[in-house]
Design a protein around this ligand. Structure first.
Ligand SMILES: [Zn+2]
Ligand SMILES: [Zn+2]
Length: 418
């Protein structure tokens, strides 16, 4: 420790000086500050998102272009893509430890949702309930105030992927989906389909880059012989096979793995059809831009409520699944299949960013059983999926995961009707 340091770690004036061992131990006990990525936009911190051309704060997203538009002078612009701004496309194969962007930091249970702004234009105090909105209009001078600073309650992410599909386009997608599934044949559904009830909502996700190595142990069988014997009136087929002990190992990187940032949305059960959202993945997360609350004007959003550590088991499960698909190509000779008995994942490094992804949602309550169903539209790609009310209220849920090496993967859940 240098003499200039004013830290209270100095031995008391009359005490014995610290030995080298003691000093090393003290240095070791200090937690290593993990690398982090600061994503807060300092220039917007005062809450006023001004049009760069005329200075108006009447700014919102123009869905048809995916850009911000000034309602006063019609000027359009956008925030920088986080991919370049924070170098998120780089260095995945060299990631070390857990790198967490500032907007993906741990949520503090006692963090207040209420924020008070002093309106710069008129001096009035404006309260924003960040649990439900990230913009508010000053009712004295009508300036729009925005929450651009990061608060530890999960409401403000690092990045946002703006809506691209307009509401009219989403309504068309939902109509087409419902017609194809013969939903409009259900009298009640047809009668109650109200396009006005299609809502635009930003849902919280954690977007992860990672470098990992996975290992698998198990048995594979190669058929050596096959024959048929007559037993009474039946023909019985027999196989003979060699059984091999197998071990496979693969190193890989993933770019923009997408995992829910809301515990409720991630929960899985037949009574909960919310995970329909997973079927409309993936999103073009590469086009996400720096946080600017103006992108949320006119939309609703949901706070992130899970931390990086809580998501880690899901994250590792997805990595194991990607690894399994990576080694599948080397198992062709085991024509009677491979059964993995043990697996292991080592995450060399990972990088976590929180992001809002845009979804158009239409909800429908099924009268016969009270179940709430959704039709969801990916507001970037138009991909549409729904949990469908049917005459016999039986939903079959099957889970599987698809992976694409280096392309980013999406956990997916298929909903089939019986
Ligand atoms: Zn303007
Ligand atoms: Zn004001």
């Amino acid at each position: 420790m240098s003499q200039e340091s004013a830290e209270p770690k100095q031995p008391p004036f009359d005490g014995p000086p610290l030995s080298l061992e003691e000093e090393l131990a003290a240095a070791k006990a200090e937690p290593e500050p993990g690398p982090t990525i600061e994503t807060v936009n300092e220039s917007l911190k005062d809450g006023l998102n001004r049009c760069p051309k005329c200075g108006s704060t009447d700014v919102q997203l123009r869905g048809s272009t995916g850009m911000l538009v000034c309602l006063f002078c019609r000027n359009e612009w956008q925030e920088a893509r986080v991919e370049e701004e924070f170098g998120l496309g780089e260095g995945i194969d060299q990631l070390e430890g857990t790198v967490i962007a500032s907007g993906a930091g741990d949520i503090q249970a006692d963090a207040a949702d209420m924020l008070t702004f002093k309106c710069e234009a008129c001096g009035a105090e404006v309260v924003v309930d960040t649990a439900h909105a990230l913009n508010a209009r000053c009712h004295w001078c009508r300036h729009t105030l925005n929450v651009n600073q990061q608060i530890p309650n999960g409401a403000v992410p690092d990045a946002v992927l703006p809506f691209r599909l307009t509401k009219d386009e989403a309504v068309e997608k939902i109509r087409a989906f419902a017609s194809k599934r013969r939903l409009f044949a259900h009298k009640r559904f047809k009668k109650e389909f109200v396009p006005e009830n299609v809502l635009g909502v930003y849902l919280p996700y954690l977007i992860i880059d990672a470098r990992a190595e996975s290992q698998y142990w198990g048995k594979g069988e190669v058929q050596t012989r096959r024959w048929t014997e007559k037993q009474g009136d039946n023909n019985v087929t027999y196989y003979a096979a060699d059984v091999y002990q197998l071990q496979r190992q693969v190193s890989f990187t993933v770019d923009d793995l997408t995992i829910e940032g809301s515990a409720e949305r991630a929960s899985f059960g037949p009574a909960n059809t919310n995970n329909i959202i997973n079927t409309i993945l993936p999103f073009d997360t590469k086009n996400a831009v720096r946080w600017n609350a103006s992108y949320l004007v006119g939309f609703t959003s949901e706070k992130r409520d899970v931390n990086v550590e809580a998501v880690r088991p899901v994250f590792e499960e997805q990595l194991l699944s990607i690894g399994r698909s990576q080694v599948a190509g080397s198992l062709g000779r085991f024509d009677r299949g491979v059964r993995w008995e043990q697996e292991k994942i080592d995450v060399g490094g990972s990088r976590w960013v929180s992001m809002y992804l845009p979804v158009w949602l239409y909800s429908y309550r099924q009268e016969s059983n009270g179940l709430l169903h959704y039709i969801a539209v990916n507001a970037r790609t138009g991909e549409t999926m729904g949990s469908i009310p049917v005459s016999q209220p039986k939903l079959l849920l099957a889970a599987f995961t698809v992976g694409t090496f280096l392309e980013g993967i999406a956990g997916a859940i298929l909903v089939a009707t019986a």
